[in-house]
Design a protein around this ligand. Structure first.
Ligand SMILES: Cc1cc2nc3c(=O)[nH]c(=O)nc-3n(C[C@H](O)[C@H](O)[C@H](O)COP(=O)(O)OP(=O)(O)OC[C@H]3O[C@@H](n4cnc5c(N)ncnc54)[C@H](O)[C@@H]3O)c2cc1C
Length: 222
């Protein structure tokens, strides 16, 4: 399903408590991400991944109507919601560069790969790319090797491509699972989520992977 993101900033009735929240509403994940403005912790950054038709509808709403739609969709978990900025929409596209490097040239972060914001992993992946690239360049410098050479930069690509590909694949799977209304997908999703919630060791492994605390990490990210 083609998706767009509608983004805006809102002020809620209640404090966000420094917690990021996401509701999966019929395959349209709605995220309330905590923001603090001048010490006021009732602001949230909104990302609503939805169909282009729904995105077009939402961005045409008045501030009051959009606030009401967001509050209702979110079951008023943070009370009433009022947008404090315009709402913007843009397409969500997953992409992965065929090559990250050329001599004296390297792609990192979203220039190398862009993924669905569903699990908030984009920044982590980009930081890991930058850390590994720096590590390989410094190592080449210590060895007295040319640090912009294809051989040096390819070491960075080899270390990052597999992990990035895995995360992109996982997000694609999540998108299908959470975006489908087919009973078999709904059942798999509900069983999977409640199963994982109860299997504490598995939940811990997934959380450590998502927060970048697991796997072969560059020294600066440990
Ligand atoms: C709606 C949405 C919600 C997201 N939510 C999350 C989240 O909760 N958590 C998370 O981890 N990630 C999230 N992401 C992903 C995250 O925003 C990106 O992965 C991250 O910003 C990538 O960082 P970057 O530095 O690689 O690229 P960017 O942040 O895109 O930075 C690139 C910069 O380069 C500038 N630029 C581009 N072309 C040129 C040029 N020719 N000359 C000079 N400057 C140029 C751009 O203006 C931009 O400032 C989200 C993404 C979207 C779209």
């Amino acid at each position: 399903m083609e998706q767009e993101a509608v983004v805006t900033t809102v002020r809620c009735e209640q404090s966000h408590g420094a917690t990021a929240r996401q509701a999966f509403i019929g395959g349209r994940p709605l995220a309330f991400l905590p923001l603090t403005v001048n010490g006021d912790d009732r602001f949230c950054s909104i990302v609503w991944s939805t169909t282009p038709e729904h995105a077009s509808e939402l961005t045409a709403y008045s501030a009051e109507a959009l606030g009401q739609a967001l509050g209702e969709a979110f079951d008023h978990r943070l009370g009433d919601v009022m947008p404090v900025d315009s709402a913007y929409r843009f397409p969500l596209v997953q992409r992965h560069a065929q090559h990250y490097v050329q001599p004296n040239f390297a792609l990192v972060g979203d220039a190398a790969h862009s993924i669905h914001p569903l699990a908030g992993q984009g920044v982590n992946l980009g930081l890991m790319d930058a850390a590994v690239l720096a590590e390989e360049v410094v190592a080449a410098w210590h060895r007295g090797a040319p640090w912009g050479s294809l051989a040096t930069l390819s070491r960075y690509e080899r270390r990052r491509r597999l992990g990035n590909t895995a995360m992109l694949g996982l997000m694609k799977g999540f998108k299908v699972l959470f975006g489908s209304h087919q009973p078999v997908f709904t059942l798999a999703r509900n069983l999977g989520m409640s199963g994982m919630n109860q299997l504490v060791p598995l939940k811990r492994v997934v959380m450590r992977q998502a927060t970048g605390e697991r796997g072969r990490l560059p020294a600066s990210c440990r």
